[in-house]
Write a protein that binds this ligand. Structure first.
Ligand code: MD3
Ligand code: FE
Length: 203
């Protein structure tokens, strides 16, 4: 079922629950080619979230800054291709939320372990901010923070669970957002982790 969150942001609750196991198998295949890494931010902090990517472009951070690039600086290799099933899922979900013509060229995969968090930030490294971002949650639940256009603005809290898809576009595209520290647990599909896939049009 669809739950409007804010202008341009829609939760498709449990949208991919039935295909979660297949999605997770693909994530594991991607990670076998390009392992999850805890990267260092420009501020010198090691991220508690581990990341990998698939697609023509991948997002990463190092001491120089944030960027999308065709290869992983750690492995020196191109990112694994985006599986056709991933692309179709992202395109279909975007269309269901009113964003037709979405064509993702990057999929960032975040892995959260107990205590891992994502502090409030905006996603603005993409060239065309009129394009939405589609996010897919797998495994342990997490509390998502959805704020305003200034870091200090009040945040709404939303629990994101396995199979939830959220499409963020329009006026919501530049809202601050983050994830509270993951509560420890064991999920039947993902064990001690939460995974989040974000499909983006980077260039
Ligand atoms: C709202 N990931 O990768 S997904 C990220 O659960 C990120 O791993 C979180 O924030 C996660 O950048 C949240 C939901 C999400 C993704 C992108 C957004 C919400 C967004 C972009 C704009 C506004
Ligand atoms: Fe983000």
């Amino acid at each position: 079922w669809q739950e409007p969150l804010m202008d341009g942001a829609v939760i498709l609750r449990r949208r991919v629950r039935d295909s979660a196991a297949e999605l997770m198998a693909q994530v594991n295949q991607i990670a076998a080619q390009n392992p999850f890494e805890h990267r260092i931010t420009p501020g010198g902090h090691k991220m508690s979230v581990a990341m990998t990517n698939c697609g023509d472009l991948g997002w990463s951070t190092d001491s120089r800054g944030y960027q999308y690039s065709a290869q992983d600086d750690v492995s020196g290799q191109r990112w694994p291709a985006m599986p056709a099933s991933f692309r179709e899922l992202a395109v279909t979900c975007a269309a269901e939320a009113g964003f037709s013509g979405f064509s993702p060229d990057a999929c960032l995969i975040n892995r959260y372990e107990p205590g891992a968090k994502l502090t409030l930030h905006q996603d603005k490294d993409e060239r065309d901010l009129r394009q939405p971002i589609v996010s897919v949650s797998l495994g342990l639940p997490a509390v998502f923070l959805f704020g305003g256009f200034d870091r200090a603005d009040a945040c709404q809290r939303v629990l994101l669970e396995q199979g939830d898809v959220v499409v963020w576009g329009g006026p919501s595209r530049l809202r601050y957002h983050g994830i509270l520290p993951l509560k420890p647990g064991i999920h039947p599909l993902t064990g001690p982790f939460r995974f989040n896939l974000t499909f983006r049009r980077a260039r």
